[in-house]
Design a protein around this ligand. Structure first.
Ligand code: GUN
Length: 288
């Protein structure tokens, strides 16, 4: 079994990015900049945002932190986004989701200039993904693809099942697996919360590649997995038994050709992809 080690892979990516960032600074006199907006005090979001800012520091990216009260007005949040859109030191804008109740996340995401949309959530970038055109790709599915690529896993011609249809993970993940190329070209099935459990299991049993993003602890059982399958677990849940994913890692790991752990799998890759997108945005803004 190959462990899809996202922690080590992300560290490698940060080192590679640091060299790129140093070169940009040498040649153009400034480092890439990422504005990070956190609204409210959701503890999980606070942890994620802190990890994103730490990742920036390690890659030599400047981060601009904007912490807003949960009671902030929609107009005030949009005005901040407008200022960041106009700020030449800011290459990327990250609005941490979910937003507190009363704020319209879709309106905010659409307010972010597509050339600074390093999360890839603007309809223009999502549309470009759907059309197979270049653009910023959502960080979690792009991180999954990069994790597979760096472990020599290809998807072309294989049967892939994505569990979950969220705009952040499942939907863009399926679109990426449908793109042309060795890390696409998969026969792709999406199952979701309205797919009967028996059908979810039946689809998974046929799959060469299973990508779990359902948001339910230990949802995917060992007997759903074909011998020699590749499993990528996007979930992370704090339980009494510690952090677990959407998949029963311990029960299935020995039958998998490759599997990602939780923690230390997809999570660090999501952040590495955010940093990668930010450096790419900077290079585009500098004409480098
Ligand atoms: N919340 C959960 N995942 C993500 C993500 O990838 N980006 C942002 N901005 N918020 C999230």
């Amino acid at each position: 079994m190959i462990l899809l080690d996202g922690k080590a892979t992300a560290a490698t990516i940060r080192t590679e990015l640091k060299a790129r960032v140093d070169a940009l600074r040498q040649d153009h006199g400034r480092a890439p900049g990422l504005a990070v907006i956190l609204v409210g005090d959701d503890p999980a979001s606070q942890v994620y945002v802190r990890m994103k800012e730490k990742g920036c520091a390690e890659a030599g990216i400047v981060s601009f932190s904007h912490r807003l009260d949960a009671a902030v007005a929609q107009g005030e949040l949009e005005a901040l986004i407008d200022r960041l859109n106009a700020d030449p030191a800011v290459d990327g804008i990250l609005l941490q989701l979910p937003l507190p109740k009363g704020l319209h996340s879709q309106a905010c995401l659409e307010r972010i200039a597509p050339d600074k949309d390093v999360d890839g959530f603007h309809p223009e970038n999502m549309g470009r993904l759907a059309l197979g055109l270049p653009g910023y790709r959502p960080c979690t599915p792009a991180g999954v693809i990069e994790l597979l690529r760096r472990h020599g896993v290809t998807t072309a011609g294989k049967r892939a099942v994505v569990l979950g249809r969220s705009n952040i993970v499942g939907k863009p993940m399926a679109l990426m697996l449908l793109e042309y190329g060795a890390l696409g070209d998969a026969t792709t099935t999406v199952v979701h919360s309205r797919t009967p459990l028996d059908d979810q299991r039946a689809c998974c049993r046929e799959a060469d590649i299973v990508i779990a993003a359902v948001g339910r602890p230990l949802h995917v059982k060992a007997d759903w997995i074909k011998d020699g399958a590749v499993v990528v677990d996007v979930g992370i849940h704090r339980t009494e038994a510690g952090l677990v994913g959407d998949c029963d890692f311990e029960a299935m790991k020995d039958k998998c050709a490759a599997i990602s752990p939780v923690p230390g799998g997809v999570g660090p890759m999501t952040i590495a992809q955010l940093l990668t997108n930010t450096v790419a945005a900077c290079a585009a803004h500098l004409g480098a």
